[in-house]
Write a protein that binds this ligand. Structure first.
Ligand code: LHQ
Length: 259
């Protein structure tokens, strides 16, 4: 059975983590498959992506049974992050299209933080987010210390990370950790409807918007104003901008081509 499923839809891609009996915990093999699938999204010219999990979980983080270290040696988990998790998070953040995460069930450890690396997170009402690392003596990874702190603030980030208490989807939305809670039976449909909308949106403008908002976390206001100027210059030269303005003036629906 493929550990990662890829489906090209009409203008967007659906990627499903597919080890449902292990709550889609990451193995080394699965990281490879996911990296390939993410590359395919961009190379096929898809205009949005939905990432979800098969079965009752979204992703339980690192598969804790997938690691074998020669006896007596202590593992270098930093090397695992360098090789697998950090490139994954960087790839999601660098994709030049909206990445929607449909968190269908529990998202634990690096699984939670991969979800938070996506641009728009929808969660099923029954889903929960667990910074499970503290239970096994680890530090939140997958960018979790960065995204949690920015999304919910230091007080909540520290408590979530240090207690490893599950956070319900509803609480996650109330705290601004995610975009929306959706009924379980409607989650995938809602995520795909959003992706289908993005498939006919001005993709370049959205990609530049993603770039600007991501840069804002570390830029000064001054630097951000300069960045907005540079990105707006690029956006203003797209075919979609010309089409958007023309459609507005002609009082018709725009037909965006994503360039
Ligand atoms: C699992 C896992 C799992 C293997 C459920 N592994 N089998 C980065 C770099 C290097 C190294 C280390 O880590 C990292 C980043 C990380 O992600 S560290 C954090 C790793 N994740 C966790 O610690 C979470 C472990 N899982 C759990 O605490 C629970 O499974 C949760 C709370 C997610 C769900 O609980 P339940 O709904 O009660 O399900 P379950 O525990 O019964 O799990 C179902 C099956 O999935 C079960 O297998 P089995 O064969 O017994 O039915 C679990 O063993 C398996 N599974 N997570 N991470």
């Amino acid at each position: 059975m493929d550990s990662v499923l890829y489906e090209a839809k009409d203008g967007y891609a659906l990627i499903t983590l597919n080890r449902p009996d292990k709550l889609n915990a990451f193995t080394e093999e699965m990281h490879g498959r996911l990296a390939e699938a993410l590359d395919r999204v961009q190379s096929e010219g898809q205009r949005a992506l939905v990432l979800t999990g098969a079965g009752r979980g979204f992703c339980a983080g690192q598969d804790l049974s997938d690691r074998s270290f020669p006896t007596g040696e202590s593992p270098d988990l930093g090397a695992t992050l360098d090789r697998l998790y950090n490139p994954l998070v960087r790839k999601i953040r660098a994709l030049e299209l909206p990445v929607i995460c449909a968190v269908n069930g529990v998202a634990a450890g690096a699984g939670a933080n991969v979800a938070l690396a996506c641009d728009i997170v929808l969660a099923a009402r029954s889903a929960k987010f667990i910074q499970a690392f503290a239970k096994i003596g680890l530090v939140p990874d997958g960018g979790g210390t960065w995204s949690l702190t920015r999304l919910v603030g230091e007080a909540r980030a520290k408590a979530l990370a240090m207690t490893a208490q599950p956070l319900s989807a509803e609480q996650a939305a109330a705290w601004g950790l995610i975009w929306q809670v959706v009924e379980d039976s409607e989650l995938l449909q809602a995520a795909e409807a959003l992706a289908a909308d993005f498939a006919s949106a001005p993709t370049r403008g959205l990609a530049l918007t993603k770039q600007a908002i991501q840069a804002a976390a570390t830029n000064s206001m001054d630097a951000q104003l300069d960045l907005e100027r540079d990105l707006q210059r690029q956006a203003g030269r797209t075919k979609d901008y010309r089409e958007g303005v023309a459609a507005f003036l002609e009082k018709r629906q725009p037909k965006f081509e994503g360039r």
